[in-house]
Design a binder for this molecule. Structure first.
Ligand SMILES: NC(=O)c1ccc[n+]([C@@H]2O[C@H](COP(=O)([O-])OP(=O)(O)OC[C@H]3O[C@@H](n4cnc5c(N)ncnc54)[C@H](O)[C@@H]3O)[C@@H](O)[C@H]2O)c1
Length: 254
């Protein structure tokens, strides 16, 4: 029996097979879950990637900035699943001006876009899925440790600090519905989102050295496994938590 046997999950954020969400989807199926994916932008691309999963799942469209998409999400997921036990938020975006050392000059409009897509959408997605979570469940999001100012991460770091706070407020308000809300703070991974960060190489060079356990920049499985564990029945009393999957870097002085 897999740890997600019988669970019904919505997984956002599959873009390529390097996406963290791709490993989440693959391992979730291997662990017995039935999944539906959401895709953003060119759905044919996401569908092509989805065919590489053990059982190609349905893909439905979701732009978290589109209120029609959010308002209709429960109905559209409901065409495939009779409820949800877990939701994975693996979504992040910031315009180029938000990243790479331009912190003092980034215009508000670009910061607003980053916060809308990377922070506020955690709440939007959870609330959109609420009608399908009548028996409780788990919501998990992907974080990058926001307790310090990193090189080049800039306004995305601010958006992630907001995500961490958002997770705590969601945990407060969804707890009475039996829904747990947690984050996985992953170390740097070579995905499309990471490649769009100018200066990402700084993380690539230093992280494996700093991590007591070492760190593989190309391996999304550890982060995905933590997401699965948090959606399983093995964290029944944990909410508002951030689980670091970073090789241990967060615990070590520079
Ligand atoms: N790669 C890393 O180093 C790293 C480390 C820690 C946390 N994370 C976080 O993991 C999550 C997934 O990113 P990833 O690294 O797998 O990269 P990725 O590029 O594969 O995934 C990012 C996803 O966000 C989606 N997205 C962007 N704008 C959207 C919108 N308006 N509506 C819906 N979806 C939208 C993209 O389609 C894509 O699927 C993000 O929250 C990211 O910040 C990444």
């Amino acid at each position: 029996m897999g740890i997600l046997e019988g669970k019904r999950l919505l997984v956002t954020g599959v873009l390529t097979d390097a996406s963290i969400a791709f490993s989440v989807a693959r391992l979730a199926q291997e662990e017995g879950a039935t999944i539906v994916l959401t895709g953003f932008g060119r759905l044919s691309l996401v569908e092509r990637i989805a065919r590489r999963l053990p059982e190609p799942p349905p893909v439905i469209e979701l732009d978290v900035q589109n209120t029609d998409h959010l308002d209709s999400l429960a109905d559209r997921v409901g065409e495939h699943l009779d409820g949800l036990d877990g939701v994975v938020h693996s979504i992040g975006f910031a315009p180029q001006s938000c990243l790479g050392g331009n912190f003092l000059n980034t215009p508000w409009e670009d910061v607003a876009t980053a916060v809308h897509i990377s922070t506020y959408s955690f709440k939007s997605l959870a609330v959109a899925c609420l009608p399908l979570m009548k028996e409780g469940g788990a919501v998990v999001g992907l974080d990058f440790d926001a307790t310090r100012a990193w090189p080049v991460y800039d306004w995305m770091g601010v958006a992630k600090a907001g995500l961490e706070s958002c997770a705590r407020y969601l945990a407060r308000d969804l707890g009475p519905h039996g829904i747990r809300v947690n984050l996985v703070a992953a170390g740097p991974l070579r995905t499309m989102a990471a490649k769009s960060i100018p200066g990402f190489k700084e993380f690539e060079d230093s992280w494996p050295e700093k991590a007591p356990l070492g760190w593989d920049l190309a391996d999304t499985v550890p982060a995905a496994k933590a997401c699965l564990a948090l959606m399983s029945d093995w964290f029944p009393a944990t909410t508002g938590e951030i689980v670091h999957v970073d090789g241990g870097v967060h615990a070590i002085g520079a």
